[in-house]
Ligand binder design. Structure first.
Ligand code: SF4
Ligand code: SF4
Length: 115
């Protein structure tokens, strides 16, 4: 897969995303295992309204990268998930949700659901 020039975007494309039950469980586990100080820092960052609750602004990366939802992994590589900075990274296909979502991260699931 083509790599994307994400450094410096500061979460430009990281907004509310659909998640399925397995993804929710994985994120819960990851947050629970996070050192308390790190978790608190991540939770209390001042993001723009609409930016994903797990975007790590201080470090300019996804705060839950290893367990990020499938749509985040697919972003930039499909026609319906095009990267604004590198549109040519799209494979020309449309991405389809692999499993039924149970809600939207950052809207239906917020920090209070991960404690
Ligand atoms: S996928 Fe594209 S728009 Fe999103 S952070 Fe990376 S380079 Fe920026
Ligand atoms: S889970 Fe990570 S990659 Fe996905 S929208 Fe949130 S910060 Fe971005």
């Amino acid at each position: 897969m083509d790599s994307l020039p994400c450094k410096g975007c500061k979460g430009l494309c990281c907004g509310p995303v659909p998640i399925n039950i397995k993804e929710l469980k994985n994120i819960k586990k990851k947050i629970k295992e996070m050192p308390f100080k790190k978790r608190l820092e991540l939770e209390n960052q001042h993001r723009y309204y609409g930016t994903c609750i797990f975007y790590d602004l201080d470090n300019d990366l996804c705060g839950i990268h290893g367990v990020r939802p499938s749509i985040c992994r697919a972003f930039g590589h499909y026609n319906n998930l095009i990267c604004f900075k590198k549109p040519e990274a799209s494979k020309g296909l449309n991405w389809d949700v692999p499993e039924k979502p149970i809600g939207i991260l950052s809207e239906d699931f917020t920090w209070k659901d991960f404690k």
